[in-house]
Design a binder for this molecule. Structure first.
Ligand code: PBG
Length: 337
């Protein structure tokens, strides 16, 4: 026979009872220290030259490479849902060693920026990834030396041209994501020289060489062989992030970002606590973070919607004011419901 252990009358009575504030949903809502707001969410979007309809990205269930038309529709939907902004990535048909399509006024990314600016006016914040990796035939974020190394200073010239092209196409903010030294100062100077004084620099300031970018490779049809460890940061390093952020702020960054988010929440907290960083702080919940949750939820291992909200809340709680997330439109819809 199974015996049931008798529970004696309590002999110890706790004085402090934090559970009081957790008893009802209303109490929990009242005392919540962190809230999510659609305006804090930025939706990264992919637009691919030559598509006539969206092409699903298999490694990112629910995310697609857009045609120019489907991008316009999805962007309008995101704005209606209340998201704070859009971050565009372009995938050209033709790639070459210097990423020529990145600076062509009619290149896919610049054309898409013009489309969205004309559709949406100033109703949202339009941002563009300022990096060459989607545009180069070798897939690196910069141009290469004859021996195949990424040439920092030659790359800055291309970033300057790219930033000016994006500003002319209507970007409010250009997202310097290539991790070249001096890129923020270089792009800022070029924008100023071309009288794009109101175009801001959204600096991917602390960006790590992460395995979690994996699904993004499919999202942009990446040509990369190898890795980006000679320019993106080593995941082992924390103090180095402070240096990278300080440099970007000194070089004129209008906002700074930490990327990826979830494996780097200590870095997010460090930057948030740093009194010398007086610009808005964002974090990018990248492709692999998205796909891990979608994948586990698809197998029934976790509750998808709760996991999404918990992940976003944790990034905000760590100190990021703005969060880039592929769930931006969907979550904005939940928050407004
Ligand atoms: C560079 C860039 C990358 C991402 C955003 N900008 C790729 C990389 O640095 O390897 C990754 C975003 C994601 O994984 O969701 N163009």
């Amino acid at each position: 026979p199974v015996t049931t252990t008798p529970v004696p009358a309590p002999a110890f009575v706790p004085a402090d009872r934090p559970r009081r504030l957790r008893r009802t949903p209303a109490l929990r809502r009242l005392v919540a220290e962190t809230r999510l707001d659609p305006a804090d969410l930025v939706l990264p979007m992919f637009v691919k030259e030559g598509l006539t309809e969206p092409l699903p990205i298999s490694a990112m269930p629910g995310v697609a490479q857009h045609s120019r038309d489907s991008l316009r529709r999805a962007a309008a939907e995101a704005v209606t849902a209340g998201v704070g902004g859009l971050m565009l990535f372009g995938i050209p048909t033709v790639r070459d060693a210097v990423g020529s399509q990145a600076t062509e006024p009619d290149g896919i990314l610049n054309a898409a920026l013009r489309d969205l600016r004309s559709d949406l006016g100033d109703s949202t914040v339009l941002m563009a990834d300022l990096c060459l990796d989607e545009f180069t035939d070798h897939g690196h974020c910069g141009v290469l030396t004859p021996s195949g190394a990424v040439d920092n200073d030659a790359t800055l010239v291309r970033y300057q041209q790219m930033g000016v092209a994006q500003a002319a196409a209507g970007a409010d903010l250009v997202g310097t994501s290539g991790m070249m030294d001096g890129q923020v100062a270089a792009v800022r100077a070029a924008l100023d020289a071309e009288n794009h004084l109101d175009t801001g620099v959204f600096a991917y300031a602390a960006k790590y060489a992460s395995a979690f970018y994996g699904p993004f490779r499919e999202a942009v049809d990446s040509a990369l062989q190898g890795d980006r460890r000679t320019y993106q940061q080593d995941p082992a390093n924390r103090r180095e992030a402070a240096r990278e952020v300080a440099l970007d702020v000194a070089e004129g960054a209008d906002l700074v970002m930490v990327k990826p988010a979830m494996s780097y929440l200590d870095i997010v907290r460090d930057v948030a606590n740093d009194p010398t960083v007086n610009v808005p702080l964002a974090a990018y919940q990248i492709s692999g973070e998205y796909s891990m949750i979608e994948g586990a939820a698809d197998r029934g291992w976790i509750d998808r919607d709760r996991a999404i909200l918990e992940s976003l809340t944790s990034i905000r709680r760590a100190g990021a004011q703005i969060v880039l997330t592929y769930w931006a439109t969907e979550v904005a819809g939940w928050l407004r419901a």
